[in-house]
Ligand binder design. Structure first.
Ligand code: ZN
Length: 338
């Protein structure tokens, strides 16, 4: 038997179900110049003096996706051609083998290497990933898996070459495999062809090799199928937990559902970060996480002392707050477009 609510209570319950509170949202929460300013202010406060690079996400972005063509290829060429930083060891079991613009990370285990991202093309994979590994005393022949965080060529371009050469398996989300197979978001001859579908993972799947597990979280936004790995690293006998954010920029135009998905991803990963004690946050572009400067400091210290990559749990949470508030500011800007 169902119990009938008095009419007024029923209406209140319906409003609660729709809005999550008993009254309509205050005006400040509806998209407006004031709401944009409030989100930017919250992001700025969370950014403090150390997260200025992440805060650039709050700058207004174009309402349409950048068009690929000769001009954008020139810009891309310039990014790819910047002199690469030296490869480096960030933790006992984690190595940077990236370029100046895009990063690649090698997770070393007793049973082989998990590579996270594969740079723009075969030439970079050979010079920076294979070359960088050799400089660091790692054998690229031990690469077993290549996790491609998302379906843009600056992360997958070198994957087919490495997969072919070493028999490594390529890991992606179903959503981004499908995007690459059916409607590549960006295409340019400067990138290698997308890898062929290999291992497909879903949210929360674990990729385990030699005692190290990567939990692969779906963090849709930058692409709909972006993967952000979470895993353990060690430094001087201490365990630390890493979140590698798989896709940062808002380069998809005025797509409000996608911007909102980005916001939800940052919120959800802030909960995961709290629950799992994540104290290191990395990116696949070194401009975002400052990895080149941190590696330089580690080199100067001769690999001893405190590790600048260990920023602590509050800073990881602040980083996700900055990203969240900036995504909300951008969403509100899109909502105000004519
Ligand atoms: Zn991308």
């Amino acid at each position: 038997m169902t119990q009938r609510l008095p009419r007024g209570l029923f209406a209140a319950a319906l409003v609660t179900a729709l809005w999550g509170c008993a009254s309509p949202p205050p005006a400040a929460q509806r998209p407006s110049e004031a709401s944009i300013a409030a989100h930017v202010a919250a992001a700025t406060q969370a950014a403090g003096s150390d997260l200025g690079e992440v805060l650039t996400l709050c700058k207004p972005v174009p309402a349409s996706r950048p068009v690929q063509g000769e001009d954008s290829d020139r810009g891309l060429r310039a990014l790819i051609d910047r002199p690469a930083p030296p490869p480096g060891r960030a933790f006992d079991n984690l190595y940077f083998v990236g370029g100046d613009w895009a990063s690649a990370w090698a997770v070393d285990t007793p049973e082989g290497i998990i590579l996270i991202d594969a740079l723009n093309n075969q030439a970079e994979a050979a010079a920076l990933i294979e070359g960088g590994m050799r400089k660091l005393g790692l054998d690229p022949g031990r690469i077993r898996y290549i996790v491609v965080t998302h379906g843009h060529g600056d992360h997958y371009g070198g994957a087919p070459y490495l997969a072919r050469k070493y028999g490594a398996r390529v890991v992606m989300s179903d959503t981004d495999w499908t995007m690459m197979e059916t409607r590549l978001e960006f295409a340019t001859p400067l990138w290698g062809a997308p890898p062929k579908r290999d291992i497909t993972v879903k949210d929360g799947d674990k990729l385990t090799l030699g005692g190290t597990s990567l939990t692969l979280y779906m963090t849709p936004g930058h692409t709909w199928g972006t993967l952000s790995p979470v895993f353990d690293v060690s430094w001087q006998g201490q365990k630390h937990r890493v979140l590698l954010w798989g896709g940062t920029g808002f380069n998809f135009g005025a797509d409000i559902p996608r911007m909102e998905a980005y916001g939800r991803s940052t919120q959800r990963m802030a909960q995961v970060a709290r629950a799992e004690g994540i104290d290191v946050m990395l990116s696949n572009h070194s401009r975002v996480d400052g990895s080149q400067g941190k590696l330089a400091r580690l080199r100067q210290a001769g690999g001893t002392g405190p590790n600048p990559f260990v920023v602590g749990e509050p800073t990881v949470e602040r980083t996700l707050t900055v990203m969240n508030e900036c995504s909300l500011a951008q969403r509100d800007r899109f909502a105000l477009l004519p």
